[in-house]
Design a binder for this molecule. Structure first.
Ligand code: IMP
Ligand code: MG
Length: 191
């Protein structure tokens, strides 16, 4: 896919690395749940591609369900408020739930969602996040399965968006504004 005129995309994590890591996480989940069925709960919309790939690396009976949540505007980081836009279609009491998210950033969203699901008496809740920006955390939160820890950069692709664009990129990329990319190019040329 082509970037917009004023934007440059730089590959941070290639599709091959993603595929390898997703396979490893799938195997780990398969081992840890020992033949029991699991319910994969994707957080819309960013997690849908990760969920689709991860589910096919899990050799267990797997069902899908989805949630949608939004942080309360810009104040989310300080207020820690999350609004549930779409709840699950299914009951999770007594079930093994794996909450699947694209990226763990401040921790506000996953803190809220994990607590919500744990309150419904599931047998187990585990959290899988493809990416983890640990430096950005405002609320302590650790995922059980993390694909990659990344620095504090804005990324798109493999489900992640910038204003709803770039979700269908195969690689996880950093978006840079043209001016920024030029500066970087100059710096490298001058080394
Ligand atoms: P948290 O509640 O701050 O952990 O927010 C996580 C949500 O912020 C993710 O589900 C994404 O929707 C969004 N997000 C955080 N960082 C990025 C990024 O680098 N690219 C795209 N979306 C991001
Ligand atoms: Mg999201």
């Amino acid at each position: 896919m082509k970037a917009r005129k004023d934007e440059r995309l730089r590959v941070l994590i290639s599709r091959q690395r993603i595929a390898r890591r997703v396979r490893e996480i799938g195997r780990q989940i398969t081992r840890e749940f020992r033949g029991e069925p699991v319910l994969l709960v994707g957080v819309l919309k960013g997690a849908c591609i990760f969920l689709a790939d991860l589910s096919r690396e899990i050799a267990l009976d797997a069902s899908f369900d989805f949630l949608a949540a939004a942080s309360y505007g810009q104040s989310a980081e300080t207020s820690g408020q999350v609004r549930l836009l779409k709840d699950l279609d299914t009951r999770i009491e007594g079930r093994n739930v794996i909450l699947v998210e694209d990226i763990l950033d401040t921790g506000v969203t996953l803190n809220y969602l994990a607590r919500l699901l744990r309150g419904r008496q599931p047998k187990a809740v585990r959290v899988a996040a493809l990416l983890d920006k640990a430096d950005r955390r405002t609320q302590p939160f650790e995922a059980d399965y993390v694909g990659f820890r990344i620095p504090n950069v804005f990324v798109v692709g493999y489900g992640l968006d910038y204003a709803e664009r770039y979700r269908n990129l195969r690689d996880v990329c950093v978006v840079e504004m043209e001016s920024e990319a030029k500066r970087r190019g100059k710096k490298q040329a001058g080394r």
